[in-house]
Design a protein around this ligand. Sequence first.
Ligand code: NAD
Length: 358
Amino acid sequence: MNTSISPTKLIRIGVIGLGLIAEYHIRSLYTISGVSIAAISDVDSNRLQLLGKQLQLPAAKQYPHYEALIRDPEVDAILSLTPNDVHFDIIRIALEEHKAILAEKPLTLTWQEADQLKKLYTANPVPFLVHYKHRYGAAFQYAKQLLDEHKLGNIYNIQFRYLMDAFSPYRQHPYTWRHNSAKAGSGVVGDTASHIIDLARFLVGEFKSVAALLHTITPERPDLATGLPVKVDVEDFASFHGIVGDNTVGTFITHKNAIGKRHDIEVDIYGELGALHASLNNRENIRIVLRDPEHPDAEYETWAVPAIYDHTAYEDFVKLARGESVDRAPLFEDGYKNQWVLEKILQSWRENGRLVEV
Ligand SMILES: NC(=O)c1ccc[n+]([C@@H]2O[C@H](COP(=O)([O-])OP(=O)(O)OC[C@H]3O[C@@H](n4cnc5c(N)ncnc54)[C@H](O)[C@@H]3O)[C@@H](O)[C@H]2O)c1
């Protein structure tokens, strides 16, 4: 069945899960043309009604259960923005209904769920984008071009860091679903490592092996309502390394206790002819050093990131939904392979940090 939407038709979007990331998605939707928010869903009735009012949606389009929203014939495309334990079922029903899907990461709670979805997706593909939004960072897109042009030659080592201070004790971040393995699947592995895994796959290639060290810095957090401590059963620190792409050693670190780093991804890439540094917070420039026999002592220079790399996941999603092809977008297959790397990181840690094949 052809699931794409005609290029002139408005794409009617159903948003499921109206929390933190939904604010970002809804703001982004207003920056592009050809889409409208047709329906919303959340289990939190206050949130549902408040946003319904803001968006001037009739009560019939404010769904307490996502299944009715997905099956609504006046909804063409789904944004799946709930905690991770709901992702599988939303995607399953959306595939059944042949709806275009923008799915939040991680793709699913577990590898087994991702594998089940792979079978359903293969039998019945739909336009599908997984929201590894940092792949769209302009500096990373430019780095991709330079690597494709073999500017650095063979890549020996990549070092990726995704650091925030959101969970630092002084911020007194309460206990949420993110600290509960039954709802999140893992801690920072699925939450933030999934982004740098996507970037590594995008820039350098597939993971071949991985060894992990996971740790929980803050073992309990206060319940939002009672203030009483609740045990955290997921990691809030992850470091891992392994072979990525064509024999590149990748080293990765992510946590949310990095005081002074509000939110940054830093990428260092070392190759036989040079090195480059790109970061999320510097969209304008990358730092690069290229050496050859005529320039044996060349130092890092700053290169401006061309404006052509300023585009968003939404532009790609709308194109996909209309049946157009897109370049470099994170698709279903990326979500699936990413989930496999997450599984292998968790396996490595269960086996005391053994280097496991991916
Ligand atoms: N791509 C990114 O950079 C990025 C950033 C943040 C969050 N995320 C992902 O987005 C998802 C949501 O994260 P968040 O920070 O917005 O969480 P959140 O807790 O702020 O919001 C989740 C919302 O989903 C609602 N919800 C829970 N169960 C539901 C159900 N069965 N049906 C409908 N709604 C339901 C909750 O009531 C809440 O409003 C997670 O999967 C997270 O990993 C991605």
